[in-house]
Design a protein. Structure first.
Lengths: 225, 225
DNA sequence: CCATGGCGTCAAGGTCCCGTCAAGGCACCT
DNA sequence: AGGTGCCTTGACGGGACCTTGACGCCATGG
């Protein structure tokens, strides 16, 4: 089964994570600081890293950078609420997803499964994405919501396409902006707000309470199938 | 099961192919020259064509072009080693794959399966497209709208053909331009505007409010059956 | 408790693209 | 040579789309 590296300086939380992950069939290594994390990542070659940002010896971002220097292993970041800035920096550095403490173990396990599923051998390029509310046909360039064809403007479509091609995955604001508007756009998050709003109005059954185009405040958006 | 058209002028090879394909559950038609191949392709509507390039009456490339004129059926080319140039020309003309003689029957069967798999989810090769307002016969090269034959210029027909071959799918402006006008045309979208307008005037019941030739602003056009 | 920042929503302005018409030029047929 | 399509090209309204600013709301933090 897959090997998971848990990096956390709180022994209680580290143990809880290890027990739960082992109970679901993963092999688990544990490190309690940044140096140990980098050492374990390079020697044990885990298939996934769960990384708590609050470490005693070094910044969590440095750990992510240290791993990304030589590996593409998925990194799942745990962050306390006051570590907002670090969290964004860690995602920018190449982390794949994050969970805010406190969190439910079921949510963590789901994120672990999702990250591993994405990392596994080249998912076939999907041509059609189906949700409970709408269907996106990437090949035909069409969207059907509530049984009716929906007309999208080029920008709306492009934005939806990027989100939908990363199902379940967090997509950073900067990433979306550069993909849809161009490399020189990185901070005009107001564009995102306007177009996400329009997409939800056209696609979500209850736009004020979106179920598929989810906001990750301060970070980005996530498409949930 | 799928119908396969075998085109080969060597009776021994043609028979061997037919026997092996039938043994694997395909329905097989056989043609021994180019004229017969084109006739069989248009009347029997095979799901795959196995085409030997060395034909007595016409160039194999012409056969491919003749088929591609109205159909997207996968074409698998058989070529002798010295027919290298023809093979490339055939692929350029729209053939999907090739096998060099001599070849093993297992390899051919694998290529056949691969070609069919690519073609599926297979729209049955459409030779006639019907909408609420007009009928396009791709084989006969005719259009009937409102009970009357419609005369189309070559460019109009070519444009309509590309759209109609991609029912329900968005076709990009550049794609249309390069397909109809040639590879060096990519940005002269004014051509499209003129000819789309003419097509709508000839085909749509209410040209200002088209129901079948739909504009996707800034992107391309879409044919809706 | 209030202040703050990010988010969602709306409306208005300006720009770009689309549809349409008409004239010129070229090739082919008679 | 003349005539007849057909393709190309320019001009011009009208509409769709993108951008931008303003405002209210909620959650977070002091």
């Amino acid at each position: 089964m897959t090997r998971v590296l848990v990096v956390d300086d709180e022994p209680a939380l580290a143990r809880a994570l290890a027990i739960n992950l082992r109970a679901h069939g993963y092999d688990v290594d544990v490190a309690s600081d940044g140096r140990g994390a980098l050492a374990a990542a390079s020697t044990r070659l885990p298939g996934l890293v769960v990384l708590d940002l609050g470490l005693p010896d070094m910044d969590g971002v440095q750990v992510v950078e240290g791993i990304r220097g030589w590996s593409t292993v998925p990194v799942l970041v745990l962050s306390a609420r006051h570590e907002q800035a670090q969290k964004v920096a860690a995602l920018d550095a190449g982390a794949d997803d994050y969970i805010t403490k406190p969190f439910g173990m079921n949510e963590l396990l789901a994120r672990v499964r999702a990250a591993l599923r994405r990392a596994s051998p080249a998912e076939p390029p999907l041509a059609r994405v189906v949700t409970g509310s709408f269907v996106v046909d990437l090949a035909a360039h069409t969207v059907v919501a509530g049984g009716r064809d929906v007309r999208l403007t080029p920008t709306e479509w492009h934005l939806l396409e990027v989100l939908v091609r990363n199902p379940g995955r967090l997509v950073l604001q900067r990433q979306l902006l550069q993909e849809v508007w161009g490399p020189q756009y990185g901070n005009e998050s107001n564009y995102l707000r306007v177009y996400v709003s329009q997409l939800r109005r056209k696609l979500e059954p209850d736009p004020p309470r979106p179920r598929h185009i989810i906001t990750e405040p301060g970070v980005g958006y996530r498409f949930e199938p």
